[in-house]
Design a protein around this ligand. Structure first.
Ligand SMILES: Nc1ncnc2c1ncn2[C@@H]1O[C@H](COP(=O)(O)OP(=O)(O)O)[C@@H](O)[C@H]1O
Ligand SMILES: C=C(OP(=O)(O)O)C(=O)O
Ligand SMILES: [K+]
Ligand SMILES: [Mg+2]
Length: 559
């Protein structure tokens, strides 16, 4: 890939993915960080950074946004960055955190476990030393069919009419000229002459000419750039072919090892690729529960296949969240259906109170160029207007030339569209159905919490309050409030760092960690005085406070 412009300023020379000494790394969020010094938690470095107020953890980005713009203008849409060679150094991660990254995604399709372990360690250090709550999401490879590593080169151009061989043979070292490896052993048996091979969701296309044992001879019919490990689907008579490849397990044996790795490394979320049914999610959730006592890992279902669309509601009901994985989805259903399917998934997730991520190609051109296309900005705007919980960068942040600029575009577009939607009432309006239907026991805590949150949001909008405060141990009340998408931001106070990180993925929540008292009044007064002392709120601000420890709604003016 040729850099047409100067590369993003997050790393000047060679990309260093080792663990830079964070004590000597400066903050370099030049294009869109907010320039605020990062607060440090109680570490030996306390003297190098402004110290955090005792008793409350919040990151410098939220703090600066609150101070500079007041309550109402904080960003509601959360941002996820896929980490790769262009973003894995400590300083690069720090710059991304400064520029608003809420979640770092690790795609297990690429890189070694050791490499991923290094990134996890850096993110964790960043959180501990600088008060961030960047969550970690591990994304499984799945049993998709993809090409091999291109024998070490970063890309190869396939020209119109060229002959290429797709082979299931294993090669040591360099590949023979014009040969590509395929990871699925049944490939040569499943395909037929005349089939169309779609690489990387349509970036390159081939027609199958002939089969010779493990080799499949093809002719390029849509030229383009072949990237390492690009995904491959095959089509016959205009339909996706699903032979034995459809029988491959959703979670492969390699995925199970990656999942064990994720559990032992304590990631916050695991995203499962190519989910077909709800059962696989249930199975994984019980596996995680049996392996990791007292740690919750959110399981996200990636919606990227025809099968997942057939079972959409069942899958989303059992998952902890979903991802509209438009990359592969666009290779499995006609492209023109992707926007309406995205909207359906976003709506359904909101109804079922599951966080939803819109992913892939949001700013694809920024892999190479420092400015997005107008169409990309429109796409990002639409996802923000649909009020998806989070937007995700893939290649833009993993291997592109401008990771920080791409993140900055997501941030500024989100802020601008959110404000426009609030002021002009342009959001997608949605009537929320009841999550917990009336039962014989009409007073279940679930139902009461839901009603409290709906009413609190309604009151917040009618009264024009500055913020909703929620005191929550497990985060559930915070997510119920987020579901209502109120006009004001939601400050979520929780007593564990793990819950705080998980809440960082959800729309409109600004998560803080605070030692919670069983006495609600004590919590309220403490948060008021701590936030006031740090300049994050002012006397006279109007707040609605709710809690999962005491079922009440309070309307309070900051003294
Ligand atoms: N851990 C990694 N190591 C090397 N390259 C990576 C890594 N993660 C992502 N990439 C690169 O970024 C590109 C885009 O990432 P992503 O969309 O997550 O993967 P894919 O293209 O496989 O669907 C990948 O094709 C790959 O080139
Ligand atoms: C996010 C996606 O999955 P991956 O990048 O792992 O292919 C996608 O297909 O859009
Ligand atoms: K993946
Ligand atoms: Mg995919």
């Amino acid at each position: 890939m040729v850099a047409k412009y100067k590369k993003d300023g997050i790393s000047s020379g060679a990309v260093d993915c080792g663990l830079a000494d964070p004590a000597v790394s400066g903050t370099s969020g030049s294009d869109g960080g907010n320039g605020a010094a990062a607060p440090s938690r109680a570490t030996g470095l306390a003297s190098s950074f402004p110290s955090i107020a005792p008793g409350i953890d919040v990151d410098s980005v939220s703090e600066a946004e609150l101070k500079e713009n007041g309550f109402r203008s904080t960003r509601r849409t959360k941002l996820i960055c896929t980490i790769g060679p262009a973003s894995c150094g400590f300083e690069q991660l720090e710059a991304l955190a400064m520029a608003g990254m809420n979640v770092a995604r690790l795609n297990m399709c690429h890189g070694t476990r050791e490499w991923h372990r290094g990134v996890i360690k850096s993110v964790r250090q960043l959180n501990e030393m600088k008060g961030y709550s960047v969550a970690l999401m591990m994304d499984t490879e799945g049993s998709e069919i993809h090409m091999g590593d291109l024998g070490g080169v970063t890309s190869q151009k396939a020209e119109d009419g060229e002959e290429w061989t797709f082979s299931v043979r294993k090669f040591d070292g360099a590949l023979p000229e014009g040969t590509l490896q395929v990871n699925y052993e049944g490939f040569a048996e499943d395909v037929m002459a005349g089939d169309e091979l779609v690489v990387d969701g349509g970036m390159v296309r081939f027609e199958v000419v002939d089969k010779i044992g493990p080799d499949v001879k093809c002719r390029c019919i849509d030229p383009g750039l072949l990237l390492p490990r690009a995904n491959v689907t095959f089509w016959r008579n205009g339909r996706l072919v699903r032979e034995r490849n459809a029988m491959l397990p959703t979670i492969s044996s390699k995925d199970w090892l990656d999942i064990d790795f994720g559990i032992s490394e304590g990631v916050d979320f695991i995203a499962i690729s190519f989910v077909k049914t709800a059962d696989v999610i249930k199975h994984l959730k019980s596996y995680i529960a049996s392996r990791s006592t007292n740690r919750q890992i959110g399981v996200f279902a990636k919606i990227e296949s025809c099968d997942s669309l057939k079972n959409l509601e069942d899958i989303i009901r059992v998952a902890d969240g979903a991802m509209v994985a438009r990359g592969d989805l666009g290779a499995q259903i006609p492209l023109e259906q992707v926007p309406s399917v995205q909207r359906e998934i976003v709506t359904l997730c909101r109804q079922l109170n599951k966080p939803v991520i819109v992913a892939s190609q949001l700013l694809e051109s920024m892999i190479e160029y420092p400015t997005p296309t107008r169409a990309e900005v429109a796409d990002v705007s639409e996802a923000v207007r649909q009020r998806a919980d989070a937007l995700m960068l893939s290649g833009e942040s993993a291997m592109g030339q401008f990771p920080l600029k791409a993140l900055s575009v997501l941030r500024t577009v989100s802020l601008r569209i959110e404000r426009w939607c609030r002021e002009q009432k342009r959001h997608e309006m949605m009537r929320l159905r009841e999550l917990s239907p009336p039962s014989s026991d009409r007073q279940t805590a679930e139902r009461v919490s839901e009603q409290i949150c709906n009413s609190a949001s309604h009151m917040a909008n009618n009264l024009g309050v500055d913020a909703i405060f929620v005191y929550t141990r497990d985060g559930h009340m915070a997510s119920l409030l987020s579901r209502c998408r109120p006009d004001c931001p939601i400050f979520a106070f929780t007593d564990t760092t793990a819950v705080r990180r998980r809440l960082n993925l959800q729309w409109g929540l600004i998560p803080f960690r605070l030692d919670l008292s069983t006495d609600m009044e004590v919590n309220i007064l403490r948060t008021f005085s701590l936030l006031k002392a740090r300049g994050m709120m002012n006397s006279g601000d109007l707040v609605i406070a709710v809690s999962d420890m005491l079922q009440s709604i309070q309307i309070r003016k900051i003294p």
